[in-house]
Design a binder for this molecule. Structure first.
Ligand code: ADP
Ligand code: MG
Length: 324
C-alpha cells in the first residue's frame, strides 16, 4: 500500500505551493510618504513591482510639490513669494487650490487652507502652542479670500500674513492619482491607503472589501467595519497629531474662526466617489461640528458621513441611518 501511495502523495505535496502561487496573485506593498504610511493591496496576474514603483514615484512627485517641509516645494515658494508677486504653479497645485476654494465656499469657511496663517505656530511633535496674543494676531490672517487665483495657473496673496497648507486635501488627491495609475494598468481590484485616507477599487474575492474606522481612543482597536466597493473613504481624527496642554487636547484640525483646535468631535469619516472630496469633507465636517456637518452632507448627493463625538456617540448621515 505505502509503496503505491507514497510517491503520489509526494507529487501532490510538491505541486501544491506552485498552484497556490499561480492562483493567488494578491500583492501588497507599504512605504512612507507625505508624512504618513502608504499601503496598497492589489490583484494582478503579473509581478506588481513596476506598479508599486509607479505609485511611489507619483506620490513622491506630489510630495515635492506640496510639502510645507521641503523648501524647494511649490507650496513653500508660494508661501514665501505670493504676497510680493503672482506665482506660477503646476496644474496639480492649481487644481488643488481651485478644489480648496470650492470647499471654502461650500462649507461657509470651515475648510480654509489659510488656516495655516495661525496653524503654522503649533508644533505637535514638540508640544508647542502659541500664546494668546500671538495666536489672535495670526488668526486675523486666516481668510481664503486673500488667495487670488489668476489665469495661467498663477496665484497671489493680497495679505502678507497669509500662509497656506494643503494637508487637509493633498493625500486624497494623491490617492486619486494613484488609483488612476492602477486603472490605466488594467488593475480592477485594489485597496490604496495613505494615513486616514483610502480608496477601494472593485471587490475582494468576489465580496466587498472590509475597511475599518480606527477607534479614536484605542490605537489597537477598530471602532467600526464597513463593506465597500469602488468607494473613497477618509477619516479625520483628533488622535492623529496632538498633545495635551493644561488638560486640553491640542490637535491638527483648526477652526478658522479661532485658530484653535476644533473641539466638538473626535472622528469624522466620509464615504464618496473621489478621495480628494472625501479628504476635504472629513476635515470640513470635523470643523463644522455635528449639526452643521450632517446638514451639509445630507444635501450632497452620493456622500455619506459617520461622526463620533466627544461622548462616544455615533451619528450617521440620512442615507446610512438604520431604518426606524
Ligand atoms: P490627516 O489625515 O493628515 O490627519 P485630515 O484630513 O484629518 O488629515 O486633515 C488634517 C489636516 O488638514 C491638518 O494637518 C492640516 O494640514 C489641515 N487643516 C487643519 N485645519 C484645516 C481647516 N480648517 N481647513 C483646511 N485644512 C485644514
Ligand atoms: Mg482631510
Amino acid at each position: 500500500m505505502s509503496r503505491i501511495y507514497a510517491p503520489t502523495l509526494w507529487l501532490i505535496l510538491s505541486l501544491l505551493p506552485l498552484s497556490a502561487v499561480a492562483e493567488d496573485r494578491w500583492q501588497q506593498h507599504e512605504w512612507d510618504v507625505m508624512g504618513t504610511r502608504a499601503s496598497v493591496t492589489l490583484w494582478a496576474e503579473q509581478d506588481a513591482a513596476p506598479l508599486f514603483a509607479a505609485l511611489e514615484a507619483e506620490m513622491s512627485r506630489l510630495n515635492e510639490l506640496l510639502s510645507p517641509w521641503i523648501e524647494s516645494s511649490e507650496l513653500a515658494r508660494v508661501n514665501r513669494e505670493a504676497a510680493t508677486s503672482a506665482q506660477t504653479v503646476s496644474a496639480d497645485f492649481y487644481a488643488l487650490l481651485e478644489r480648496s476654494r470650492h470647499y471654502y465656499q461650500l462649507t461657509d469657511g470651515a475648510f480654509d487652507i489659510s488656516f495655516a496663517s495661525a496653524g503654522h505656530l503649533y508644533d505637535y511633535r514638540e508640544g508647542k502652542a502659541p500664546d494668546e496674543p500671538t495666536l489672535k494676531a495670526a488668526t486675523r490672517h486666516i481668510d481664503a479670500r486673500n488667495i487670488q487665483l489668476l489665469p495661467n495657473h498663477q496665484v497671489r496673496f493680497t495679505d502678507p500674513g497669509t500662509v497656506i497648507d494643503l494637508g487637509g486635501i493633498a493625500k486624497g488627491y494623491a490617492i486619486d492619482q494613484g488609483i488612476a495609475i492602477l486603472k490605466q494598468a488594467g488593475v480592477t481590484q485594489a485597496w490604496l491607503s495613505l494615513g486616514g485616507d483610502s480608496y477601494v477599487l472593485g471587490d475582494h474575492h468576489g465580496r466587498p472589501w472590509t475597511v475599518g474606522i480606527q477607534h479614536p481612543r484605542d490605537r489597537e482597536a477598530i471602532a467600526m467595519r464597513l463593506p465597500l466597493i469602488d468607494t473613497a473613504m477618509s477619516t479625520s481624527g483628533d488622535y492623529q497629531r496632538y498633545f495635551i496642554k493644561d488638560g486640553e487636547r491640542i490637535h491638527h484640525i483648526i477652526s478658522p474662526d479661532t485658530g484653535k483646535s476644533a473641539g466638538e468631535l473626535v472622528s469624522v469619516t466620509i464615504l464618496t466617489d473621489k478621495s480628494v472630496d472625501a479628504d476635504a469633507l472629513s476635515t470640513s465636517v470635523f470643523v463644522m461640528g455635528r449639526e452643521k456637518g450632517l446638514a451639509m452632507i445630507n444635501r450632497l448627493p452620493g456622500t455619506s458621513v459617520i461622526i463620533i463625538d466627544k461622548r462616544g456617540e455615533v451619528y450617521y448621515s440620512e442615507d446610512l441611518a438604520p431604518a426606524q
